[in-house]
Design a protein around this ligand. Structure first.
Ligand code: PLP
Length: 412
């Protein structure tokens, strides 16, 4: 459920007509619904109410500082994958002890930044990284909390680019190496192994791969305990899918019940790192039709948003529902919705049946709140879109549209 619904034939973001937003803030425009964010976070969080837990929102899904602040006010921690995301989380006022840091390529400078800020833990993805954390924390005279990211070799049955827990993926440590890593960490002076971590992929639409991974991680944790290595945290990553089109992923309540059932008597604090399931359907991308181009072979709706604004269709062949903001009864035609970028891969939808629209009309591209703006770029020297948050009848500009000045600012 989200708060982008039509009233009297016009699409609203909560209490504000989306056409009014484009008049005020221009196009293309990312629009987030505060009520939807809060609702999704609370639903997810409450699914784990029977267990000591912490929900760390995945900043790479939607890193706008206003969004992070809104989630932090709901009690969220953050899962980060770079120094830049740490900066964003801190700027949003997130407590460092609610931050976990994942990623295979943390640099010395990034590790130092995170150690200095005293984050909760690093999710370590290789033995050299573990040694680097020991060295950097040692130089700072500090002790860093770590968990090792296990690669449980489970097929999440999702797009290959967002599968992360199979043995040929770059992520995490295979069980044998992970065991070696914990033994090593146990002997180190400046790291403290406090948790175990896994994240098997994104946009999962069934519970089974999660449970399969959880069982493997729990078995592994028992082996550690038998060796006298006691942990406090189990981090199951993110990955719960959402409905873009006709997918029917489990409800967070169902997902939570399965995990809580399995973890109830383990004495571990659960950490979760959801991104998409919180933010995906809490955002839309609004775009204006520039031209309607009909050829003898194909019909194109050319819009002012492009792959630089929303790359998911180009990158993953993802489906995003698209509707006109004005929803009158019109005949439908089959079209490609494309942007102005000089690439044939620049499309938002292909072979889509849409009502016949006219130049100047606003279209809403749904499910754009996750991996939308965060993956946007300046390709073709296009200005990155503005982001607004609607909360009831109130609207805040969460990020202003870029200017031509912004484009060349760094080019001294
Ligand atoms: C991307 C990512 C997430 C979030 O994934 P979603 O599918 O958006 O829930 C969580 N943890 C890690 C380590 C990630 O890389």
């Amino acid at each position: 459920m989200h708060h982008f619904q039509p009233k009297d034939g016009l699409l609203y973001a909560e209490d504000v007509p989306v056409t009014e937003l484009v008049e005020r803030f221009g196009s293309p425009l990312y629009v987030y619904s505060a009520a939807t964010f809060r609702r999704h976070f609370q639903q997810f969080d409450s699914a784990f109410a029977d267990l000591d837990h912490m929900v760390c929102f995945s900043v790479k899904a939607n890193g706008n500082v206003h969004v992070l602040k809104m989630l932090a006010e709901q009690g969220a921690g953050m899962d980060i994958v770079s120094g830049g995301e740490l900066h964003r989380a801190l700027a949003a006022g997130v407590e460092p002890k609610k931050i976990v840091y994942s990623g295979v390529g943390k640099t010395e400078a990034e590790i130092r930044y995170a150690v200095e800020q005293d984050i909760l833990m690093f999710n370590v993805e290789s033995l050299p990284e573990l040694e680097e954390i020991e060295r950097v924390a040692g130089a700072l005279g500090r002790k860093a909390g770590v968990s090792l990211r296990i690669n449980p070799d489970v097929d999440p049955k999702t797009h290959p680019y967002i599968s992360t827990g199979m043995k040929n993926n770059k992520f995490g440590l295979e069980m044998g190496q992970a065991l070696e890593g914990y033994r090593l960490a146990q002997r180190m002076e400046h790291v403290e192994p406090i948790g175990v971590d896994c994240h098997i992929g994104s946009q999962l639409t069934t519970i089974e791969p999660f449970m399969e991974a959880l069982d493997k991680v729990l078995d592994f944790e028992k082996n550690l305990r038998a060796e006298g290595i006691g942990l406090r945290y189990i981090d199951l990553g993110g990955g719960l899918g959402i409905t873009y089109n006709e997918e029917a992923p489990p409800h967070p309540k169902e997902f939570g019940a399965a995990i809580v059932g399995r973890l109830k008597n383990e004495g571990l604090k659960l950490i979760l790192e959801p991104g998409r399931v919180i933010s995906g359907n809490a955002g839309v991308l609004l775009t204006k039709v520039t031209y309607v181009k009909k050829t003898p072979f194909k019909n194109f709706i050319i819009v002012d948003a492009a792959m630089n604004d929303l790359v998911r269709p180009s990158l993953y062949q993802s489906y995003h529902r698209i509707t006109p903001a004005r929803q009158s009864d019109r005949p439908e035609i089959v079209v490609d919705v494309v942007g102005p970028i000089c690439e044939s891969g620049d499309f938002l939808a292909k072979e889509r049946s849409l009502p016949e629209v006219e130049a100047g009309e606003i279209l809403a591209v749904f499910s754009a709140g996750a991996y939308g703006f965060t993956m946007s770029s300046n390709y073709n020297a296009r200005l990155r879109a503005a982001e607004v948050i609607v909360d009831g009848d109130k609207t805040i500009l969460a990020r202003r549209r870029e200017t031509y000045e912004d484009l060349v600012r760094g080019e001294l």
